[in-house]
Write a protein that binds this ligand. Structure first.
Ligand SMILES: *Cc1c(COP(=O)(O)O)cnc(C)c1O
Length: 415
């Protein structure tokens, strides 16, 4: 152990300590990072400023599904970087069309509306759904409502936090955007009861990531699909974290045989290199957007499109989905063994897991600090839950090693 003591505090005078102090004095405190200062990364591994290596089991909250510096992705970025990076959408570029064609095909949809961050894509989907409601469904002006789930996480903009149920995300940021109705997650009867003539969309995460990898009961997504079809309501699946191979299928909805009307994508779409997000849907939905009604200076820029296209190419092979499925089985077997041995509940799908720790044992953050000391990067959520989302490129023996570290942390008190 070179940079941290057992509670993850960098030794004074170390390079890490210097960077932590600098960040603390010069950045707004909107995060509370673990005390590790990363300097490089390759595959599933990252190295800190003092040369210590860690297995990255957060993978940028799934933005790094293909690991750090994936050769195909860095090559695509580097090639594009020296050719053309930004045109604005005032002009065409030769990267956007091929990217959007192949992404639409991957999602079995018609059209792509490219944006940058996940929150922007969610905002875009909400705008599209409202406009669709007025123009296609005949909802009275300014009456459109969108049904969302309790415990959701869809980003940080003013409108999106308006329908968050997390007080920390909301408090102090009002006045809020009206037009949202919250129902319990996983309860299709409650959702159906909330639909009325003004409902234009249901916006859901097929698996709630930030909430702790909450998987809805079997049949839920299918029931939501049926309600939406019957009531002429758009089903918007926020697959920003769950999509693009993470759960063992291209989209998490695939496992339930469900096709939403709108896919919202982000995170891994940018290969961990640049922010790339997208709203992917059919003509009858996205055709409500006309020149001037929506846009973004950077959305669909050639660098983003080149990287996004390389991501789509990686996913077209099915290799990463298969890896996530197979390694996910292995992970689940190991995590199930932790129940009653420090963990009270475990949820996982593919290479994505939420582990509820026994709160009497330690907090999620304490567990993550101890994992850090053992060379594993993971992130806590909601006090006593640890979220694991290693790159889909992780090897089986690395995954086993990570599980060994977790098991040791939970069973060796005060380790
Ligand atoms: C991360 C995330 C977002 C927001 O994406 P940003 O790129 O951080 O704006 C939205 N929805 C879900 C499900 C996410 O996990």
């Amino acid at each position: 152990m070179t940079t941290t003591d057992t509670h993850g505090t960098p030794h004074s005078g170390s390079a890490a300590q210097h960077h932590v102090s600098l960040a603390e004095t010069a950045t707004a405190h909107n995060y509370q990072p673990l005390p590790v200062v990363l300097a490089s990364g390759e595959g599933a591994w990252v190295t800190d400023v003092d040369g210590r290596r860690y297995l990255d089991c957060l993978a940028g909250y799934s933005a790094l599904n293909f690991g750090h510096a994936h050769p195909r992705l860095t090559a695509a970025a580097q090639e594009q970087l020296s050719r053309l990076t930004l045109t604005s959408r005032a002009f065409h570029n030769d990267r956007l069309g091929p990217f959007c064609r192949d992404l639409a095909e991957l999602a079995s949809m018609d059209l792509v509306l490219p944006m940058n961050t996940g929150a922007e894509a969610v905002e875009t989907a909400i705008k599209v759904a409202r406009k669709w409601g007025y123009e296609r469904k005949g909802v009275a002006p300014d009456r459109a409502t969108v049904i969302v789930a309790d415990g959701n996480f869809h980003g940080r903009t003013t409108t999106i936090v308006s329908f968050s149920s997390d007080p920390v995300a909301r408090d102090g940021f009002g006045p809020f955007t009206p037009g949202f109705r919250t129902v319990p997650y996983g309860d299709s009867a409650a959702l159906e009861a909330a639909v009325d003539e003004n409902t234009v969309a249901v916006l859901l995460e097929p698996i709630q990531g930030e909430a702790g990898v909450l998987i809805p009961p079997p049949g839920y997504l299918k029931a939501v699909r049926d309600v939406c079809t019957r009531e002429n309501v758009l089903f918007i699946a926020d697959e920003i974290q769950s999509g693009l191979g993470r759960t063992g299928t291209t989209f998490a909805c695939d496992a339930d045989g469900v096709t939403p009307d709108v896919h919202v994508l982000g995170k891994a779409l940018g290969g961990g290199i640049v922010p790339v997000s997208a709203v992917v849907s059919r003509h009858d939905v996205l055709d409500v957007i006309r020149p001037g009604s929506h846009g973004s200076t950077f959305g669909g820029n050639p660098l983003a499109a080149a990287v996004g296209h390389a991501v789509v190419e990686l996913l077209r092979s099915g290799e990463y989905q298969a890896r996530a499925a197979a390694l996910g089985e292995r992970l689940r077997g190991r995590l199930d063994g932790l129940i009653g041995r420090g963990a009270v509940a475990v949820r996982s799908r593919g290479l994505w897991a939420g582990i509820d720790l026994d709160p009497a044992l330690m907090t999620g953050r304490e567990a993550c600090l101890r994992l850090l000391d053992r060379g594993v990067l993971a992130k806590d959520t909601h006090g006593s839950t640890i979220r694991l989302a290693p790159p889909l490129t992780i090897e089986a023996d690395q995954l086993d090693w990570m599980c060994d570290q977790l098991s040791d942390v939970l069973t060796q008190e005060g380790s």
